[in-house]
Design a protein around this ligand. Structure first.
Ligand code: DLL
Length: 432
């Protein structure tokens, strides 16, 4: 089923016309209400009347996370505080959080795009969805919650953590859908086995996982341990939260709800727009949000766009699975390394568990990469020779993918800290 066929299956011409109309209105609103945008447009010698079509987006100025921080907390709001019904915030690792405001219409729009997303994963009013994303300033919990209610599903708003209670609710309330980060899904899967729960008591059918990068190899692992079909949901608080894009049953990239969020891919160095199929930084312009619309917001996420026909019937542009951020890209001895590359190697091996961490140091002016890998319970051994065999295989596979060597350290099953939200995959001592 398709939640909103008119928008999700629109032909390109219709979509283009809709986007142009919305962009023109949005620029006008930004110019009138937000000094920051007014100044940025003036610096480019532009006025709202100059914008006639969405094709001119490429000539407009970008917005960055530091612009959001500089205008903390409400400097980019285009509406009066009396019209703002909700505020979310994401805490960065440093400095001030980024703040997002919503009018009632924005909240309704958010529920609509999440309803479209859940429907894309085959979720319906007969389902019971356990929402194990965090509820609070983070957008995961409440974002998925409202969309799930909109499709008529029964929501278990359990939030993150308390794994025993998660498993109790999952079995007692017959949850059919699990929504959480992929790393927490992996942890819940292994906890089912550890707690001695009969897999027949778990009725899960579908997983809606996102908020952090995860590879297709990790997908296979989670699907196996939970006996479900896993779908990728993408989003960021600045744009709205979860529901910016979603994977359909064809699993060939995430459909972007481009009638609300227009994506572009740029070269992060030259800032030029790249053609479809080329990898670069994802940029979003929100064209229907009221409280805090964003003009060409640089997400720092790296991906590609595709417009080939999808077998599901939707015509919405697709983005590839987003496997890293420009700020997660490690440069180690001059080589670019993403944690997702390491993940794909580890998840292809049967001896490793889905828990790993990359530790980077600088010693005598040389970068070193240490990879801590947790071994699967079945493969943990007292025999040094056996463990050394596993270590050597990981070493060779990592080297062939990354092109540099790393120090591989095997750690005991269940010894690494489990994350309930976004997993911390990198510890970079060079930045400490
Ligand atoms: O993580 C919103 C969300 C909640 C998305 C629940 C999906 C599910 P932020 O905390 O603002 O918002 O973090 C946004 O997380 O720029 C990406 O780097 C990363 N991210 C989100 N979804 C995915 C995904 C939420 N499916 C940042 N794959 C984004 C890879 C993702 N990275």
């Amino acid at each position: 089923m398709i939640w909103n066929p008119e928008k999700e299956c629109a032909d390109r011409q219709q979509m283009h016309a809709w986007q142009s109309k919305q962009v023109i209105e949005m620029i006008q609103r930004m110019y009138e209400n937000v000094p920051f945008y007014r100044n940025r447009l003036k610096e480019k010698g532009m006025e709202p009347g100059d914008i006639k079509s969405v094709n001119q987006l490429k000539d407009l100025p970008f917005t960055t996370k530091s612009d959001l921080r500089d205008n903390y907390p409400f400097g980019l709001f285009t509406v009066h505080q009396t019209d703002v019904v909700r505020i979310h915030a994401s805490s960065g690792t440093t400095g001030k959080p980024t703040v997002v405001g919503y009018t009632q219409k924005d909240i309704d729009l958010w529920a609509e795009v999440v309803a479209r997303s859940l429907t894309m994963a085959g979720i319906h009013n007969g389902d019971t969805i356990q929402v194990a994303y965090g509820y609070g300033p983070f957008t995961g919990g409440l974002g998925v919650h409202y969309g799930a209610e909109k499709v008529g599903a029964t929501v278990i708003p359990i939030s993150t953590g308390n794994t025993k209670k998660q498993l109790q609710f999952m079995t007692d309330f017959n949850a059919t859908v699990l929504a959480c980060t992929p790393s927490y899904a992996a942890h819940l899967g292994e906890s089912i086995l550890k707690e001695g729960i009969d897999p027949a008591d778990i009725k899960l059918r579908t997983g809606v996982f996102g908020a952090e990068p995860w590879t297709n190899e990790m997908r296979k692992e989670i699907e196996k341990i939970l006996n479900i079909q896993a779908f990728d949901i993408y989003g960021l608080s600045e744009v709205i939260g979860p529901g910016v894009s979603m994977e359909c049953e064809c699993h060939c990239g995430n459909h972007v709800f481009e009638d609300h969020f227009i994506p572009e891919i740029i070269d992060p160095d030259t800032l030029e727009v790249l053609p479809d199929g080329e990898q670069g930084e994802l940029v979003f312009t929100t064209i229907s949000k009221e409280a805090m619309p964003l003009l060409r917001y640089r997400t720092r996420d790296l991906t590609r766009l595709h417009r080939e026909k999808c077998d599901c019937g939707r015509t919405l542009v697709r983005m590839d699975k987003c496997l890293g951020r420009t700020d997660d890209m490690l440069i180690i001895r001059g080589v670019n390394v993403f944690p997702s590359q390491v993940e794909s190697v580890l998840m292809e091996m049967t001896e490793t568990s889905p828990h790993y961490q990359l530790i980077i140091r600088r010693e005598n002016n040389l970068d070193t990469l240490e990879i801590h890998v947790e071994i699967d319970e079945k493969n943990w051994s007292d025999s040094i020779r056996e463990l050394e065999g596993i270590r050597r295989r990981i070493d060779q596979n990592v080297k062939s993918i990354l092109g540099i060597s790393a120090l591989i350290k095997l750690v005991e099953p269940n010894s690494m800290e489990r994350s309930e939200g976004k997993a911390k995959r990198i510890i970079d001592h060079r930045k400490c």
